[in-house]
Design a protein. Sequence first.
Length: 213
Amino acid sequence: MRAYYRERAPVYDRVYAYPERQDDLRWLEAAIPAALADRAVLEIAAGTGYWTQCISLRATSICATDTALEALRQVPARPLACPVETRVADAYGLNDVGGGFSGAFARLWFSHIPIARRADWFRALHACLAPGASVVIVDNSAAQCRRLPIARTDQAGNTYQLRETDAGKEYEVLKNFPVASELEAVVRQAARPGSSRFVELEHYWFFYYALGG
Ligand SMILES: C[S@@+](CC[C@H](N)C(=O)[O-])C[C@H]1O[C@@H](n2cnc3c(N)ncnc32)[C@H](O)[C@@H]1O
């Protein structure tokens, strides 16, 4: 998956032009910065920084992380409204990004986590956050499979798509489509009771919770 996204970094932003997604994107462009207003945000798998730019309108600072330097290099070229640091960091190894963030954001990342690794990933994310931090996770709904059908399901229930780059190289990419109850269950211990909110759009879902403590 990392190789696939590295290869796609120069043309990644084409996904933001898909006509059928425009209404949902406008909704997210309002909801995401609002949920992270006045927060020092740790962004996971930031890619080329489309959402870094949006969040910067309301956040106090952002640490935008990704494994693909090719993608992160595009972030500083965007008009950023708050201080933004970019860091090459593996979402499964967040030890070096520091702690005490009051917000966290991950878009189109959760769907790539194998089901068996979800709980560990949330534990590692929460270790970087301050008590009461706002967490926003956004990902594709199953409507995305109209463009990229599921090619295979493994024994653990993870689903996979075949993706072809402009150069004609094919990658098999793990891509899961969780329902609200799966997300709520995995953060139940850590979230402040009653704080979680799941919104299902046509092309994306939006999940918010506040960390307890
Ligand atoms: C679908 S893109 C999402 C980019 C951006 N968040 C967005 O919504 O447009 C997935 C991103 O995950 C990054 N990625 C893949 N494996 C990763 C890992 N282990 N740790 C951090 N980022 C990773 C890729 O480089 C890519 O930028």
